[in-house]
Design a protein. Structure first.
Lengths: 603, 339
C-alpha cells in the first residue's frame, strides 16, 4: 500500500442528544452516519488507516455528552472497520468547561475531555504533556495532537471564552525535541482544533460579520511551532488538520499542507450556515508527495437545513490536490486538480492504465455502482492489490477474445448471486497464462512472507479452494517448498467426501503454522474465504484463528465490489486481475428462479 | 536452501533435470534447462552427499541455455565428484561445449556421459545406471503406501465412488500436499503418458489397420475430481500440454457436476486422456467415458497413480497406465464386495 487513508472529522458539537435539531442525536445518528460510511468505503480499496477528529465533540462545555460522542464514534468506527487504536483526537474550545477555565482550574476544565481521549489512540502516546500528545501510528507516520485552546501563561494571553490559547517558547522547545527525535523521512500529522495559518481563514473577514473573527479563530501563537517545523527538513511531509471554522480549506504553503474540514454536527438553527456538514477523506502518500483529499458533504433535501433527511455525496468522484500557495498575498493554482483513474474493461483505456499513477490503492469507482447493504447496515469492501498490471491486461484480453465472460444468474450460495462467470479452464489453457499466474503468485508470496527464492516456508500452509485453487496451490507448493492442502468449498463442501473438506488433519497442520494462504481462482462474494476462516475458528478456537496471519491469492477478484461477507481477517489479498467487474447481488435482489433460472447453482 | 528433488541410494544420489527446472519455475518452457535450474543442480553437486556419485537424468530436456551449466562446470573443476548424466543424447552438443572431456557410452539403451576423465569406472557407472529406474519406482511406491489410511474403527465401509467395501482409503492429498512426493509422482505419471503416446506412434500403422486410431492427434487431459486436478495440471505442465487441461468439477468420489454449462460439444476433434489418482472400481472412469461421449469425443487412455485391477478387468475398452497396483500398497483384504 503506497498511501495512508485518513478520515478527518471535526466539530460534532453534541448539545442535546435527544433534541430533534441534532444530526447526531440518539435517534438519528445511525441513519446519518451509515450512508457516510458507505461513501467512504466505496472509495477505499484498502482498509482505512486512521480516523482523526479535531475537537468540539460536545457543545459549550456540556461534558456529560462525551459518552454519547463515544457511542457515535464507535458506531462509525465499526462501520469503517477501524479500531479505537487507530482513532486519534484533540480537544476543541467547546470541550473545555469554561467556568473552571476562567477560574484558573485548567486541568479540571479539561479532565472530562482527557478521560474521553484515553479511549482512543491517545492513550498510547509515546510523548505527552498538558499541551500535546505524540502518537506513533506505524512505520513512517506519527501524529501530534495539540490543545490549541490552552493558556499556559496568562500574562501573555488572558483566557477568554472560545478563543485560541497560547504557546510558549519552552513549550515549542519541548515539542520540537519530540519531533526532531522522529526518524528521518517520517510523515507528521498535526491536529489542532484551531487553524494555525491565517491563510486558512482568508476571506473570512469579508464573509463573517465580526471584525475580530480571525483573531478568534486562528491560533496565531501556533505559528512559532509552524515556523520552526518549516526549517526542520528531516520530516518528509507535515499535514496540519484542524476544525473550528466550519469550512473546508485545503492548501499547500511552503511545502506544508493545511487542511480544515467543515463541521460534522451542530444543531440546525433558523439561520444555519450554507456550508454543508461534511467529512474529508485524505490520501497521504507514504513517500512524502502531496496529499490528495475528497470532501464528502451532507446535503439536505428540502429548503431548510433540518436534522432529518439528507444525502451524503462528494463533489465529483476523485481525490484532488490542494491549492498550492506560492505568495502569501495571493492564491495561485499551480496545478489543476488531478484525477487518478483506474480503467476497467474498456480497451481504449487499457494503455492509460500502464501510464497511470503508481498509487495503486486509489479507488475510482464506477459512478453507477451502488453498494449493497445487508440487514444490519454493514457492508464490506475487499481490500485487494494487483499483482501485475501487465498480466491483468493479458488476462482481460484473453477473456475478451475467447468470450468466456458470461452474464446471468450464478447461484454460488444461499445468500448471494453472482451475475457473472469466467470459465477459468479456457483462460488458463491459453499459452503461458497458467505458468505466468503461478510464477507471479510465487514471487508475491515470497515477498509477503519475506523469504528468498531458495528458501522454504516452514511455518506457512497453502489452502487451495476447489479444483483450480488446488492446481494453483500445488504448483506454488513446488515452487516455494510449502505444504499445501486442497479443500472443496463450493456449497460448503457438501457435495464432496469428508476427506476433501477442512478435515482434522488439515486443522492439525494449521495449528503449527504462522501464516495461512488461501488460494482461489475467482473470489466473488468472499464467502468461501470466510467459510475457511470460520472452519479454522470452529476447529481450533477463535484465538488460534486470530493468531494466524491470513493471506489470500486469487486469479480474479473485483476490488470495488461491495460484499456482505466480512473478510477483514485477511492481512493481504493479492490478485492477478482486480479490475474486471464481477457483480454480486443478494439472493433476494433477483426474481424467483422460476422466472430467472440459474445458469449454475452450487446449492 | 529449500529442499530440492533428489532420491537417495546407498551408492549414489539421483535427480532429474526436469524436476529441477520445475522447482526453479521454468515450466513455461518445460524442455529447456535455464540458469536457475543450473544453479540448483550445482547446489546439489556441491552439497548433497558429496561422497557419492550424482546421477542426473536429462529425460525430457532438449535444450540447455547458454551459461545454464556454468556453475556445474565450475563445480566439476573444483572437485572430482563423479557425475553420471543419463538420457542426454540430444544435449551432446551443449555438453561438448560446456563440460569438456567425458566418457560416453550406452547402457541398456540409455545414453550415459561421465564427465571428468576416469572419475568413475565404467562397470560402476553401468551398475548405477541400471538402478535408478528402480530407485524412482521404489520411492514412489513408498509414497503411495503412506497415503493409505485404514479406518480408525477397523471396519469395512462402503466407498463413496463405487459399490465396493473397503477397510481404508487411499488419499492422494498426502502426495499432493508434500511437494517432494508430488514432484516425483507427477514426473512418473508424465513418463507414463509419454510412453503411451510414443507407443502409439510406433504402432500407428498396425493399429490403424485394425481400424483403431491409437494415438489421438488432438487430445485433452481430463481431470474430474478435486484430487485429480493438481495431477492433471502437473502432467500437463511437464509434458508441455498446459493448453490442453480440462477440469470438470466433479464426477468423483461423489458425483455432482457443478458447472453444467461445461457439458457442451467440444469444438474440433479432441479426445481425452484421463488423469487421476486411484482407480478402484472404475466408476469414475466410466462416468468420464460418458462425459467424453457426450461431447462427441472418446476417452482414449487413463494415467493414474494406482489401480486395483489390471486394466482389462474394468471392461472399459481402453488401457490404463498406472504407477502401482494397489494391492502392493495395502493389506490384501482391503477391498471386497460384501461385508
Amino acid at each position: 500500500m503506497s498511501a495512508w487513508h485518513i478520515l478527518h472529522l471535526t466539530d460534532l458539537h453534541i448539545n442535546d442528544p435527544n433534541a430533534p435539531a441534532e444530526h447526531l442525536r440518539t435517534r438519528y445518528y445511525k441513519e446519518y452516519l451509515q450512508p457516510l460510511a458507505v461513501q467512504v468505503l466505496r472509495r477505499l480499496s484498502n482498509p482505512l488507516d486512521l480516523l482523526i477528529i479535531t475537537g468540539d465533540f460536545v457543545d459549550r462545555g456540556r461534558v456529560d455528552n462525551f459518552d454519547h460522542a463515544q457511542t457515535v464514534i464507535s458506531y462509525l468506527a465499526d462501520l469503517l472497520h477501524i479500531s479505537s487504536e487507530r482513532i486519534i483526537v484533540c480537544n476543541g474550545n467547546h470541550d473545555v468547561v469554561r467556568n473552571k477555565e476562567e477560574a484558573g482550574e485548567y486541568q479540571a476544565a479539561r479532565q472530562a475531555y482527557k478521560d474521553f481521549a484515553k479511549k482512543f489512540a491517545n492513550k498510547n502516546a509515546v510523548k505527552e504533556n498538558d499541551r500535546a500528545a505524540l502518537c506513533k501510528l506505524g512505520e513512517g507516520l506519527s501524529c501530534l495532537m495539540i490543545d490549541a485552546t490552552l493558556v499556559v501563561d496568562s500574562t501573555i494571553i488572558k483566557p477568554a471564552n472560545d478563543t485560541p490559547g497560547d504557546l510558549t517558547e519552552s513549550e515549542v522547545d519541548e515539542l520540537m525535541s519530540w519531533i526532531t527525535a522522529l526518524p528521518e523521512g517520517e510523515v507528521l500529522i498535526i491536529g489542532s482544533h484551531y487553524p494555525v495559518h491565517d491563510l486558512m481563514v482568508r476571506n473570512a473577514p469579508f464573509e463573517e460579520d465580526e471584525p475580530n473573527w480571525a483573531n478568534r479563530h486562528v491560533w496565531f501563537r501556533g505559528a512559532m511551532l509552524r515556523e520552526r517545523l518549516l526549517r526542520w527538513h528531516a520530516i518528509s511531509r507535515v499535514v496540519w488538520l484542524c476544525g473550528d471554522i466550519h469550512k473546508p480549506v485545503n492548501i499547500v504553503h511552503d511545502g506544508h499542507c493545511y487542511i480544515s474540514t467543515g463541521r460534522l454536527g451542530t444543531r440546525t438553527e433558523r439561520f444555519d450556515s450554507l456550508i454543508p456538514r461534511q467529512a474529508r477523506l485524505i490520501q497521504l502518500p507514504k513517500d512524502g508527495k502531496t496529499p490528495r483529499s475528497l470532501v464528502i458533504e451532507y446535503k439536505p433535501v428540502g429548503h431548510h437545513s433540518q436534522a432529518q433527511i439528507g444525502d451524503w455525496d462528494s463533489k465529483g468522484e476523485s481525490f484532488t490536490l490542494a491549492q498550492t500557495i506560492t505568495e502569501a498575498n495571493e492564491l495561485e493554482i499551480i496545478k489543476e486538480p488531478e484525477t487518478v483513474t483506474i480503467p476497467v474493461t474498456d480497451e481504449s483505456r487499457a494503455e492509460e492504465q500502464e501510464a497511470s499513477s503508481t498509487i495503486t490503492s486509489v479507488s475510482t469507482p464506477d459512478p453507477t455502482h451502488v453498494p449493497v447493504l445487508n440487514a444490519t447496515g454493514a457492508i464490506y469492501t475487499m481490500p485487494v492489490e494487483l499483482i501485475s498490471a501487465e498480466l491483468q491486461q493479458e488476462i482481460i484480453k484473453t477473456i475478451t477474445d475467447l468470450r468466456i465472460y458470461y452474464f446471468g444468474r450464478f447461484t454460488t450460495s444461499q445468500s448471494e448471486v453472482s451475475l457473472s462467470w469466467v470459465s477459468i479452464g479456457p483462460l488458463l489453457n491459453e499459452e503461458g497464462i497458467l505458468s505466468q499466474v503461478v510464477s507471479r503468485m510465487a514471487d508475491s508470496l515470497r515477498e509477503l512472507v519475506r523469504i528468498k527464492e531458495d528458501e522454504g516456508m516452514e511455518k506457512t500452509v497453502l489452502i487451495g479452494f476447489d479444483c483450480w485453487g488446488a492446481v494453483l496451490a500445488s504448483q506454488l507448493s513446488v515452487l516455494t517448498g510449502t505444504r499445501n492442502f486442497c479443500v472443496a468449498l463450493r456449497a460448503g463442501g457438501k457435495h464432496n467426501v469428508s476427506a476433501e473438506t477442512v478435515s482434522q488433519e488439515v486443522l492439525e497442520y494449521i495449528k503449527d503454522c504462522e501464516t495461512i494462504v488461501l488460494v482461489s481462482d475467482v473470489v466473488a462474494s468472499g464467502r468461501s474465504l470466510r467459510f475457511l476462516y470460520d472452519s479454522v475458528s470452529e476447529g481450533l478456537g477463535e484465538a488460534e484463528a486470530q493468531r494466524l496471519r491470513w493471506l489470500a491469492l486469487s486469479i480474479i477478484c473485483d476490488r470495488i465490489q461491495s460484499r456482505q461477507v466480512d473478510c477483514c481477517f485477511l492481512d493481504k489479498h493479492l490478485s492477478t486481475c482486480v479490475d474486471l467487474r464481477m457483480p454480486v447481488l443478494p439472493y433476494d435482489a433477483l426474481p424467483e428462479e422460476s422466472v430467472l433460472p440459474s445458469v449454475i447453482s452450487f446449492q | 536452501m529449500r529442499s530440492l528433488p533428489v532420491l537417495h541410494h546407498e551408492d549414489f544420489v539421483y535427480t532429474r533435470l526436469k524436476a529441477l527446472a520445475w522447482v526453479a519455475n521454468e515450466t513455461i518452457l518445460p524442455t529447456v534447462l535455464q540458469a536457475n535450474a543450473g544453479k540448483a543442480l550445482s547446489y546439489l553437486f556441491d552439497r548433497v552427499e558429496r561422497n557419492k556419485p550424482l546421477v542426473i537424468n536429462c529425460h525430457g530436456i532438449n535444450v540447455i541455455d547458454d551459461h545454464a551449466l556454468d556453475s556445474i562446470r565450475g563445480a566439476l573443476e573444483s572437485h572430482q565428484r563423479p557425475l553420471i548424466i543419463v538420457n542426454a543424447g540430444a544435449l551432446k552438443p551443449q555438453f561438448d561445449r560446456d563440460l569438456g572431456q567425458y566418457d560416453l557410452y550406452r547402457v541398456d539403451g540409455v545414453t550415459v556421459m561421465v564427465p571428468g576423465a576416469a572419475s568413475i569406472e565404467r562397470a560402476t557407472a553401468e551398475r548405477i545406471v541400471s538402478q535408478f529406474p528402480k530407485l524412482e519406482q521404489k520411492n514412489v511406491t513408498a509414497f503411495i503406501k503412506e497415503c493409505f489410511r485404514q479406518y480408525p474403527d477397523k471396519k469395512m465401509h462402503r466407498m463413496a465412488s463405487t459399490p465396493l467395501m473397503s477397510s481404508g482409503v487411499f488419499d492422494a492429498r498426502h502426495i499432493i500436499s508434500d511437494s517432494e512426493k508430488f514432484i516425483w509422482v507427477s514426473m512418473l505419471m508424465a513418463d507414463r503418458l509419454e510412453a503411451y503416446l510414443d507407443a502409439g506412434l510406433e504402432n500407428e500403422g498396425q493399429r490403424q489397420d485394425a481400424g483403431t486410431l491409437n494415438k489421438p492427434k488432438n487430445f485433452r487431459l481430463l481431470a474430474v475430481s478435486l484430487r485429480g486436478s493438481p495431477l492433471a495440471a502437473a502432467v500437463g505442465l511437464l509434458t508441455g500440454r498446459q493448453q490442453s487441461i480440462e477440469i470438470v468439477d466433479h464426477m468423483g468420489p461423489k458425483y455432482r457436476i457443478l458447472e453444467e454449462h461445461s457439458l457442451r460439444l467440444s469444438a474440433g476433434n479432441e479426445d481425452y486422456i484421463y488423469i487421476g489418482d486411484f482407480v478402484v472400481g472404475g466408476t469414475e472412469l466410466k462416468i468420464a467415458q460418458a462425459y467424453a461421449r457426450s461431447k462427441g469425443a472418446m476417452l482414449r487412455h487413463a494415467v493414474v497413480i494406482g489401480s486395483r485391477l489390471d486394466p482389462a478387468e474394468y471392461q472399459l475398452d481402453m488401457d490404463i497406465s498406472y504407477l502401482v497396483k494397489l494391492d502392493e500398497c495395502c493389506p490384501p483384504t482391503t477391498f471386497q464386495f460384501n461385508e
